[in-house]
Structure formats: C-alpha cells, structure tokens
Design a binder for this molecule. Structure first.
Ligand code: FAD
Ligand code: SF4
Length: 510
C-alpha cells in the first residue's frame, strides 16, 4: 500500500485535497467509527448519529467512486475505541508507506495522529483544507501587527479578495453591513406561517445508526425520535435549495428573533452539512448571492447571510488555529462555578432556557441568538467555568466541531479570551429576551425585577456580574455606560442582588 488516506467524520468531501493524485491501484482510504469521539465530551445522540450516518453515506460514495476503503464500524468486536489506537492497529495490518490527510478540524485529533505517525516512523502529509475560502496562513498574516482583531475588517478584506457582493471596489448597495436592518422581533402577531424545515426521513442506513447509538450510547443526552438532518451530499444540496428559496428572504430581518416552540424560523440549518463538508461554503454563498441577483431575496438578508459564512465562519477558524492549544485553557474572568445539571435536561422554570435546551436535546439545534443570548448569556453571568461551557456546546449540537465551537463559546459567548473575539462581554438583563421574544409572558419570573422572589435570574445575575467585575470592566469604553449604573445602586439593593444571586447558584432558584 502506497498512501493510506485518512478521512475523519468532518471531512466527507470527495474533492478534498487528501484525494489529489489518488490511485486506486496503490492507495486506500481509512475511516474509523470510534467510541472516543462520542465520549471525550458527553456527545448527544443527535450529534453522534449525524456524524456516523454521514460517514456511512460517505463510505458508500467512496465505493461508488471506486476508491478502496478500510472502514471500522463502531460495533466491530476488534474496534480499538480511539482514533489513535485504531490507526495504530490498522497501520500494522495494512503497512502503508505514507499517511495522507486533509488538515483536521480539531487540535487534539491532529496531535493524536501525528503521534501515531511518529511512533511508526511513517511520513504524514497534511494537506491544506481547500473547503475554506482562506488559509490559516492568510489569517495569521491578517492578524499580524494588529493590536485588536475585529471580524468586520477581516470580512471586508474577504469580500474584496473573493469578489463577493462587490461592485468594483465598492460593496454592493454602497454598504458593507446591513446589521441595523437585521434586528427585528416578530411582534405580537408572531412569526406567522414559517416554512416547514427540510425533513430527510432516515433511510435504512441511518436507521441502523440510530439503533446503534440508542444501544451503545443509551445514557447520553438527547433524543432521536425525529432525527431528520441531511446526511449525504445529495440531501445537503436539497436542504441548501430549500433554504435559499423558502427562508433566505426573511433570514436577515428575523435573524435575532425567538419564538416559543419554533426552533427553525428563517435560519439555514446548514451548519452541520457545512462542517462535515457535505456542502462547500462557496456553493452556499453563491446560491444566496444568485438569489439576490435574481431579485428573489433582499440585499440585507443576503449580506447578513454571507457575513456569517464568509466572515464569521472563516474568522473563528483563523482564531482557533492561530491560538491553539493555549486558547482552550483561557479563563480571563476566573469563572469557577459548575455547569448547572439542568443544562443536560432542560428541567428549569426559566421559560426561555427550558425551550432553548429542550429543542437542543430534541434536535441538536438552536439558532445563534439562543446559543449566545440564552444558554451562553446565562452561563457567563452565572460564572460557569468556561471549559465546562465548552464541553456542553461541543457535546450537544449536530454542527459542533471544535474549530468553530470553541472560539464561539470561549471567546464570543463567555469572554474567557479577554476580548479577542468580542470587544466586550455580551451581558444583558432578561429585558433583552423580553424584547426579542414573548418568553417572559409565559414565565414565572419577571425580567423587570432584579431581586426578590419573582426576579428573573438573568436580571439578577446581570447586576451581580457587573458588581463583581466592576473594576475590570470600567476600563472598557464599550462597557462604561453599563458599569456606571452600578454606582446608582445603594448598599441595600446591592445586598439583595447578591443574596438572590447566591440562591440561584445554590440551585434554589432555577
Ligand atoms: P444560520 O444562522 O442560518 O447561519 C448560516 C451559516 O453561517 C451557519 O450554517 C454557519 O455555517 C455560519 N455561521 C453563523 N454564525 C456563525 C458563527 N458565529 N461562527 C461560525 N459560523 C457561523 N456554529 C457551528 O457551526 N458549530 C458550533 O459548534 C457552534 N457553536 C456555537 C456556540 C456558541 C456559544 C455560539 C454563540 C455559536 C455557535 N455557533 C456554532 C455559531 C452559530 O450559532 C451556528 O453556526 C448557527 O446557529 C447554525 O445554525 P444555522 O445553520 O441555521 O445558521
Ligand atoms: Fe427568561 Fe427571565 Fe424572561 Fe423568564 S423572565 S423567560 S427567565 S428572561
């Protein structure tokens, strides 16, 4: 065997660089389903099924393309349980001259594979991941010499370099950013009839994986009774088409809005397909831009969507690969609380959190504002140790891969990197959630109260957070106004907030 081409669960792309020069007469593909990838964090059932089902469909595509494959199934009695141990065993069996792979999305996995290659004295060729618009090297060059990093400048560079939504040197419509048009709530009438999500009924192969996960990961969080994610490239292309025609027109306008019992709204639901490489970001961006050019979607929506993929998605990848491994350990605010146990069950009286966690366990999905301004916001103000927050986000979502999850969680949501990802901690009272949704109407807590029995825990913890970090935050001009309000509280008010915050942290209010 000449080259053994390693393919991981988030590298399911027949066009990946690892296959350049692939010769079926001399090379073979290696793919392994191992328990460790579902247990190094307590991976939810929907997430495990997403990866395993997509891997099995990709194995089928490899066979159809005539590429010899050495797969290892999760339930094979000879399964070694971890990527490293399995690779080791297969190297001894297959005796390849060389290992080849596309750059992986997880620092831990990269180290493990490098170690195995080294232990066997085998050359390991790691190829550029062409899936992304830019390379990590380009990001590092962008970051070099800048005192602070801001996504906006990176995004403008990307628009120009890749000629996306440009008119010559100028941004389409004369503006780089339509965020101001993209912050609407639904209003009393609600979201109206939201297009139904694209449903992909599990086929026999996926049903087999569902049974396997139910049997092997029985005690893991999450439910599988309506697993309906796209798990093959063909399905992912249908999901893309459905998004562009049905949801994109209102995507921008209601990007930040929330509604009880409505997990899907006008979002794309394409993150898992993108992160597993079933879809290429260029085809996704091109499809959205084409809808704008055809007059089928407004510029504000399309720009808002392009910003998420050409901007944020590429930006967080750059942050991850230029800052790891130290990044994962950061804890600038010295937060030390344990994650409340109800994050794994949704058993809380807080209506907004109950809904966001409930749908997360049901579908492995929540949209960005739910992740940032409900589950993330609460953990930040509660003071949960950021590594525990990270382990939760990496476990529960079908789209969770460390390169994208970690900077979003540790940086954007928990401010554990001290402001690299976000220029200030995203903190708010329950009134933010009240403005963006009707959750508070159906909740036993009151977002206007910061202490006392009816006080909304978000509101209490907001004031508690500002009091606790007053000195550190006072120097941040973007926080000055918020911090100043702490001075208006008298000692009695401060004491009442602290008492209520302690009760929340003791689990007496939840
Ligand atoms: P849409 O809202 O429709 O957005 C379109 C696409 O843009 C997404 O599919 C995604 O590929 C990309 N995108 C949007 N926001 C971001 C972002 N902040 N960073 C990177 N890409 C983005 N996204 C993941 O893909 N995996 C994760 O593990 C993940 N963890 C997160 C954890 C936290 C705490 C937060 C605040 C955000 C996280 N995100 C993560 C980003 C974002 O919430 C999801 O990409 C989005 O909700 C996926 O749903 P969608 O496909 O309907 O996205
Ligand atoms: Fe959430 Fe507070 Fe509103 Fe209840 S009152 S739904 S806890 S923000």
């Amino acid at each position: 065997l000449r080259n053994l081409v390693l393919v991981l669960g988030d590298q399911l792309d027949l066009e990946a660089a690892a296959f350049d020069g692939f010769d079926a007469a001399h090379d073979a593909v290696w793919m392994a389903e191992v328990a460790e990838e579902s247990t190094h964090v307590w991976s939810s059932k929907p997430r495990s099924v997403m990866f395993l089902a997509a891997m099995r469909h990709f194995a089928q595509a490899l066979r159809a393309a005539g590429r010899p494959l050495h797969p290892m199934r999760l339930d094979d009695p000879t399964n070694q349980g971890s990527l490293a141990a399995q690779l080791q065993a297969d190297i001894e069996r297959l005796r390849p001259a060389r290992l080849v792979m596309t750059a992986p999305g997880d620092w831990r996995v990269l180290q493990a594979i490098k170690d195995v290659a080294q232990a066997h004295g085998l050359p390991l060729e790691i190829r550029e991941d062409r899936h992304f618009y830019g390379s990590v090297r380009e990001f590092a060059a962008h970051a070099r010499g800048r005192k602070s990093l801001r996504m906006e400048y990176f995004y403008r560079e990307m628009r120009k370099r890749h000629g996306v939504l440009m008119q010559g040197e100028q941004p389409e419509g004369g503006q780089w950013n339509f965020d101001a048009d993209n912050r609407e709530a639904f209003g009393a009438a609600g979201p109206g009839s939201v297009p139904p999500r694209a449903v992909f009924e599990p086929d026999a192969m996926t049903r087999e994986v569902i049974a396997l996960v139910e049997a092997r990961l029985a005690d893991h969080p999450g439910r599988l009774d309506d697993f309906a994610w796209p798990v093959s490239r063909e399905q992912a292309l249908v999901a893309l088409q459905r998004f562009v025609t049905e949801r994109l027109p209102l995507f921008g306008r209601y990007q930040d809005a929330m509604w009880p019992g409505e997990p899907w709204l006008h979002h794309a639901h394409l993150s898992a397909a993108l992160n597993l490489k079933l879809l290429n970001p260029r085809e996704v961006v091109d499809a959205a831009v084409a809808a704008y050019r055809a007059g089928a979607a407004p510029l504000a929506s399309v720009e808002g969507f392009v910003r998420q993929i050409l901007g944020w998605r590429e930006y967080v990848r750059g942050i991850y690969w230029t800052r790891m491994p130290g990044y994962a350990e950061l804890n600038t605010l010295d937060a030390q609380e344990d994650l409340p146990a109800w994050y794994w069950t949704g058993a809380t009286d807080m209506a907004c959190l109950r809904d966001a966690i409930g749908q997360t366990l049901q579908h492995g999905y929540a949209h960005h504002i739910q992740r940032l301004m409900v589950t993330g916001l609460f953990a930040l103000m509660y003071g949960v140790q950021p590594q525990q927050v990270h382990a939760w986000y990496l476990a529960v979502y079908v789209d969770a891969v460390e390169w994208v999850e970690l900077p979003n969680t540790l940086g954007m949501s928990q401010y554990a990197d001290g402001g690299l990802m976000a220029s200030k901690p995203y903190v708010a009272t329950g009134k933010y959630i009240q403005r963006m949704s009707p959750y508070c109407k159906g909740c036993r807590y009151d977002p206007a109260q910061r202490s006392g029995d009816a006080a909304c825990p978000f509101t209490t913890l907001y004031w508690d957070f500002l009091m606790k970090h007053e000195a550190a935050l006072a120097g941040n001009p973007r926080m000055a106004l918020q911090v100043k309000n702490v001075a208006r509280l008298n000692d009695g008010q401060k004491q009442a907030i602290r008492e209520r915050a302690s009760a929340i942290r003791r689990g007496e209010v939840r």
